[in-house]
Design a protein around this ligand. Structure first.
Ligand SMILES: [Zn+2]
Length: 68
């Protein structure tokens, strides 16, 4: 996992996280975990998905940019 902060597989009930997250603020880690958990409810990045994230955590632009 070199190009994403994380990934989720609702079918397998797993979430994988990029170890580079250890270098980020705890708020970023919270955001990424929330993002991956939200995929257990909404599979894509639709408006419903965005609304779900916004409802539980304000947008953190610095956390959204994945490592290259
Ligand atoms: Zn996603």
């Amino acid at each position: 996992m070199k190009t994403k902060w994380g990934g989720s597989s609702p079918q397998r009930r797993t979430i994988r996280l990029n170890l580079e997250l250890a270098k980020k603020d705890i708020e970023c880690l919270d955001y990424i975990i929330l993002h991956e958990l939200a995929h257990f409810i909404v599979a894509n990045h639709s408006e419903r998905f965005t609304a779900l994230l916004d409802r539980h955590m304000p947008k953190l632009a610095a956390c959204k940019k994945a490592p290259q």
